[in-house]
Design a binder for this molecule. Structure first.
Ligand code: XMP
Length: 517
């Protein structure tokens, strides 16, 4: 290990938990990055890691297209921790033996410690651990000791203490593995002896200084930023405005596809509470007329994305000496991701104000590009941005347009806004708003028969979508209480004119997606 290194490198083999490992390492006060498994060994060495973690992944080491890495990696003289697939890979590369398990181990298991290990210092004798694997290790590599087994008798961990190579068949990064945090910390601090070096308060001070130096090098330089009302663009704008004040001009486009009173409230808030130099562009009518007669989801997304860019460009042209463009890009947008499932074909073309095209001739300022969402939220709190913005559930760039299935009309938007207010109120009332990833209604262009006050009704249908998720990549429907669902349904039917039926979406992602379009 080169001296002075205090960064950890996580090599990604496609697990849905890779980013979670990184967040856990950072929560322990250590800076880390994620590289794809296909990274060259030189690039890995250049990062100068103090320790390397090999992530899990959905493959088997024997799959035709299994993500592999050269065994040269073990020549890098740092401690290694392989998690799940990462452990199987260690076994495979160092001549151990991996085999398909008779029964896939998924969910809880109990860890039976077989041999004392530094990795398990402070853990109990039969710790609950979270498993998710189809292959098992039947033979550890030479000079490796098995340190624990699962209750099924499968190898749960092994190590070569001298070489400091460790493997865990279970996932220490997930909350279900109660002792997981301790195990990761034992690896980081006791085995790899990494020093804490990652503090968000330092980050804020350093970034403000850095931005000041960069933008103020020429006193005529201005910066612009597109605000969406969401946490990322807001935190990025506030951070930059702390550095350069009104030299940052923010543009907030009301596309007419926002929630009830959102444009008005958010704009007022930006100006009065966050003292941002912000301009509101009312463009609802333009968006609505461009969407007239359009039913196809991808066409809708493309029209909205392009219009937004046209409008932003026009506004940006009016700002003198605008040389810099501030964007709320986050670390997950920067990581070269390993596809977790299926091909990399486009499922939905995302529109995001944080992702304006490079054709603009601005220098980019991306103050959050090293950060995860939860770190951005913490920074937002340090910058005194209130919870109403910091804790907001994600909201898609194309807004309510992709929650009105088929053609977007003024009347469907009106219905959807009312239903959205009710869903949000009920979810908040039951203290679920921050526990679930997203909760919202969708209008389906179908009418069904109902009976209201002895009369036949023939009215619109609304679906409620509420999901739990770690990162939006995979999701499960939220197991909402029937009483909450009943309350949402009866309020929508009685308060939203034109709706006589409410259904609950019980699909997970994959195979469904979170948004309906
Ligand atoms: P899907 O529907 O693909 O959504 O399962 C995953 C997450 O992404 C959000 N989403 C978007 N966010 N621009 C965004 O900024 C978009 O165009 C967009 N489309 C979907 C969605 O709300 C969910 O959180």
């Amino acid at each position: 290990m080169k001296l002075n290194s205090s960064k950890v490198l996580i090599i990604d083999f496609g697990s849905q938990y890779t980013q979670l490992i990184a967040r856990k390492v950072r929560e322990s006060g250590i800076y880390c990055e994620i590289y794809p498994f296909s990274s060259r060994i030189d690039k890995i060495k250049d990062f100068n890691p103090a320790a390397i973690i090999l992530s899990g992944g959905p493959s088997s080491v024997y799959d035709k297209d299994a993500p592999l890495i050269s065994d040269e990696i073990f020549k890098i003289d740092v401690p290694f921790l392989g998690i799940c697939y990462g452990m199987q890979l260690i076994a495979y590369l160092l001549s151990g033996e991996v085999k398909p398990a008779k029964n896939r181990e998924y969910g809880y298991s109990k860890l039976e410690i077989a041999q004392k290990s530094k990795l398990f210092a402070g853990c109990g004798d039969d710790e609950p651990v979270w498993m998710s694997h189809g292959d098992i290790i039947v033979l550890p590599p030479n000079n490796f000791t098995v340190t624990s087994k699962t209750e099924n008798g499968n190898i749960a961990s092994f190590e070569n203490e001298e070489k400091k190579i460790y493997g865990l068949q279970f996932h220490p990064e997930v909350a279900h593995t109660i002792c997981g945090h301790k195990i990761l910390n034992n690896f980081l601090f006791d085995i790899a002896e990494v020093k804490k070096n990652w503090r968000l308060s330092d980050f804020v001070e350093d970034k403000i200084k850095e931005i000041k130096t960069e933008i103020s090098s020429d006193s005529n330089n201005n910066a612009i930023c597109a605000l969406s009302g969401g946490v990322d663009s807001t935190v990025a704008a506030v951070l930059v405005s702390r550095a350069i004040g009104d030299k940052l001009v923010c543009i907030f486009v009301d596309n007419g596809l926002l929630r009830e009173n959102e444009a008005r409230d958010v704009f007022k808030f930006y100006k009065e509470n966050l003292s941002l130099n912000v301009k509101l562009v009312r463009a609802g009518k333009i968006f609505l007329s461009a969407l007239k007669g359009i039913n196809d989801p991808e066409k809708k997304r493309k029209i909205i994305g392009k219009l937004f860019i046209d409008i932003f460009e026009k506004e940006a042209d009016k700002i003198k000496n605008a040389k810099f463009l501030v964007q709320g890009t986050l670390y997950p947008d920067v990581i070269e991701s390993v596809p977790v499932y299926g091909s990399s074909s486009i499922i939905k073309s995302h529109h995001n104000v944080g992702g304006l095209p490079k054709k603009f001739n601005f220098k980019l300022i991306e103050p959050l590009r090293e950060l995860f969402k939860d770190e951005v939220r913490l920074i937002g709190k340090k910058l005194n941005i209130p919870d109403a913005i910091i804790e907001r559930q994600p909201f898609p760039g194309p807004g309510l347009a992709i929650r009105v299935i088929g053609e977007v009309t003024e009347s469907s938007l009106k219905m959807l806004r009312k239903a959205d207010t009710i869903v949000t109120e009920e979810i908040k009332k039951n203290n679920l708003y921050n526990k679930i990833w997203q909760s919202f209604p969708v209008i389906i262009p179908v009418k069904t028969v109902g009976v209201m006050g002895d009369k036949r009704s023939y009215e619109s249908l609304i679906a409620i979508r509420a999901v739990t998720s770690l990162d939006g990549m995979t999701a499960d429907f939220a197991k909402l209480d029937y009483d909450i669902l009943r309350q949402i349904s009866s309020r929508i039917i009685s308060e939203v004119k034109g709706v006589n039926r409410v259904v609950y979406d019980i699909s997970s992602k994959p195979p469904s997606t979170i948004e309906w379009e």
